[in-house]
Each structure stands twice: as structure tokens, then as C-alpha cells.
Design a protein around this ligand. Sequence first.
Ligand SMILES: NC(=O)C1=CN([C@@H]2O[C@H](COP(=O)(O)OP(=O)(O)OC[C@H]3O[C@@H](n4cnc5c(N)ncnc54)[C@H](O)[C@@H]3O)[C@@H](O)[C@H]2O)C=CC1
Ligand SMILES: O=C(O)C1=N[C@H](C(=O)O)C[C@H](O)C1
Length: 252
Amino acid sequence: MSEPIRVAVLGASGRMGAQTVRAVQGADGLELVAALDAGDDLRAVTDAGAQVAVDFTVPAVTEQHVHALVDQGVHAVVGTTGWDDASLGRVRDHLTRAPGVGVVVAPNFALGAVLAMTFARQAARWFESAEVVELHHPDKVDAPSGTARHTAQGIAAARAAAGLGPVPDATAQALDGARGADVDGVRVHAVRLRGLVAHEEILLGNPGEMLTIRHDSFDRSSFMPGVLLAVRRVADRPGLTVGLEHLLDLPA
Ligand SMILES: NC(=O)C1=CN([C@@H]2O[C@H](COP(=O)(O)OP(=O)(O)OC[C@H]3O[C@@H](n4cnc5c(N)ncnc54)[C@H](O)[C@@H]3O)[C@@H](O)[C@H]2O)C=CC1
Ligand SMILES: O=C(O)C1=N[C@H](C(=O)O)C[C@H](O)C1
């Protein structure tokens, strides 16, 4: 039998980190060797012999964590949001100097959410209008969600590739925020409500019809199959992978 993959969790006391600790402890072929949170020294990851580290921390620190892990030769699975093209570019560049090290950054590890984003990209070219509504628990610190940003970017890219023009919108007067955030020309609206976990609706409109693609995470256990898949596969994917869709053989 092969040796278990040795796993560290960063942000282990948080909502997602605690869930990940339990999932790794209960998973075949994985061994939890370190559980770190704010104030802990990241060198504990290699001291514990971890091969893979999972980061569910906060947008302010996740990039520096990834650089530190790459320097230690540890593969990283990152669920923390807040990434943009510049921060991803810095990690991609760093990885060219660390051959063999893999980093997977995924805004959403729930399989249904990944499928919803894929379906939205496939459908986008056929619709005149597209908007995204994300709904989350009120303890979330960033808005709009990383998933909604990734969704809107995918829709915008599909529209551009199909030669579609701007989404129609005659708004000439509005209260600040009334039309949501503009992500590459796609409006994204963020709801924060006690009782919710993580939800997203993609609205696609044509004259006389609307297609709604909706995904609901009712519980954080929904993210764990995707996290465990990434932990098992990251070492086979040197360099930077953005989005779980690349590990599911889905269209990017
Ligand atoms: N990709 C995905 O599928 C998902 C991503 N997320 C994202 O994961 C992140 C964490 O979400 P939650 O667990 O709900 O937040 P949380 O606030 O419950 O947990 C964050 C944890 O990180 C810790 N932390 C802060 N600074 C740290 C540092 N320097 N080193 C180590 N730990 C540190 C905090 O003490 C806390 O325990 C957010 O960015 C959220 O958007 C959340 C759910 C699913
Ligand atoms: O903070 C959360 O809870 C979530 N964050 C991720 C995001 O910002 O997209 C993933 C999921 O929506 C839950």
C-alpha cells in the first residue's frame, strides 16, 4: 500500500478550515500532520513533513502563504478568495522557479457550483442579457464572492468570443450600488443574510424568456469532495491551476 499524502491545513480554526481538518482526518490515503491558524509559524508545515497544504484563511494573507509554501516545496490547494490577475500572475511566475510544485486555486470546491459556472459559460453566447446574484452568510468578509467574480468573468469571456456587444442597460440614474458591481461588463449583486451558507443564481435573458442556473451550498460539507480531489491531484499538476473544472475534465 502506498504512503498517505501528508496534509497541513492553514486557517484550521475557521469555518472551512475546521471542516477540512475533519474531512482530511476521515479520508482514505490522507494524513493530517499540521493544523495552523493565525499567529502560527508557517515553517511548521515543513517541520511536520507536509506534502500538501490547504489554505482557507483570509484574502489579506493567502498570497503570501502560497509564496511561502512554494519556497518550501509544498504543493498548495487554495480556497481562499480575493485573488486577481496580478496576484495569480505573481504565483505563476514564482512557480517557474519551483519546478514540480503545484498550486490549485479554486474559488469554489462544490461540484454543483463548478458545473453551474460551466453551464453559464456554455449558455452565455445565446443570451442578450446576463447578471449574477450571489447570496451568502453575513460573516463573509469579501463581496462579491470569488465564485460570482469567476462566473461573471467566464460569461464575459464567452460573450466576447461570440462577438456579443455590451449587455443592454438603459439605466441613466441610480442610487450607488443599485446595479451591483461591474465585473468585465457583467453586473454582480451580493446578498448577505443570516441563515444562508453559499448560493448563486445566474440569470440569462432573451426577449420573452429567461434561463436561471442556480446552485445552493446548504452546508460546508458540499465543498469537501472537491477539496479532497484537489489534495489528491495537486502534485500531478505542476504550475498554477485556477478553477476546479480543470480537475474534472470539464470545459475550462
Ligand atoms: N473555495 C471554496 O470552495 C470556498 C472558499 N471559501 C473562502 O475561504 C476563506 C475562508 O472562509 P471561512 O472559513 O468562512 O472564514 P473564517 O473567517 O471562518 O476562517 C478564516 C480563518 O483563517 C484564520 N487566519 C487569519 N489569518 C491567518 C493567518 N495569517 N494564518 C493562518 N490562519 C489565519 C482565521 O483565524 C480563521 O480561523 C474565505 O476567503 C472564503 O471566501 C469559503 C467557502 C468555500
Ligand atoms: O465565504 C464563503 O462562505 C464562500 N466563499 C467562496 C466565494 O467567495 O466564492 C465560495 C463559496 O461561495 C462560499
